[in-house]
Design a protein around this ligand. Structure first.
Ligand SMILES: [Zn+2]
Ligand SMILES: [Zn+2]
Length: 167
């Protein structure tokens, strides 16, 4: 098994708008429904760039809706949490457990996957460490002990290259 090298521009999506349309496309292909609230939550996460907490998302969605009373229900926390669950389950976003925040996945065409994250404690950026071997090795070792892995949380905290260069 080798780390994947991505040269396909469809695979890596870095701007928010391109990201949302990539997810729209993936939903059409997989027969999933990207409802307006799901699309809105996704758009907010993508535009934010850095990991964002659920209450910050709620705040932003509430302020959206002030002039639109009909859709006030969409800002209710359970609706937003259900939208987050949908996006997580389909691999469009990741949850960073150690900072309790959500971040867009840079390869929304891939189904749900576990990846290690590098989280900068200075600028709070989080990047996926694209090396499938780490996840595979952990999975293998766990299974060799008769353990059935169901979720992996791999989050490395530190200072990113950009912050290290400045500071
Ligand atoms: Zn990802
Ligand atoms: Zn940084």
């Amino acid at each position: 098994m080798s780390a994947h090298h991505c040269t396909d521009p469809q695979h890596h999506v870095h701007d928010a708008e391109g990201f949302v349309s990539a997810v729209e496309r993936a939903c059409r292909e997989r027969g999933l429904r990207l409802t307006p609230i799901r699309a809105r939550v996704l758009g907010l996460i993508a535009t934010h760039g850095k990991p964002i907490k659920a209450y910050d998302l709620l705040d932003r969605i509430r302020s959206d809706k002030l002039e639109d009373e009909d859709s006030a229900g969409a800002a209710a926390p359970p609706t937003v949490y259900r939208a987050l669950d949908f996006l997580l389950a389909n691999g469009f976003i990741h949850k960073l457990e150690s900072v309790n925040a959500f971040v867009a996945c840079h390869h929304p065409n891939t189904a749900q996957h576990s990846v290690p994250f590098l989280i900068c404690d200075h600028c709070h950026n989080a990047v996926e460490l694209e090396d499938e071997r780490i996840v595979a090795t952990l999975d293998e070792k766990a299974r060799s002990l008769g353990f059935l892995p169901q979720a992996q949380t791999l989050e490395v905290h530190g200072i990113c290259a950009r912050c290290a260069a400045v500071g």
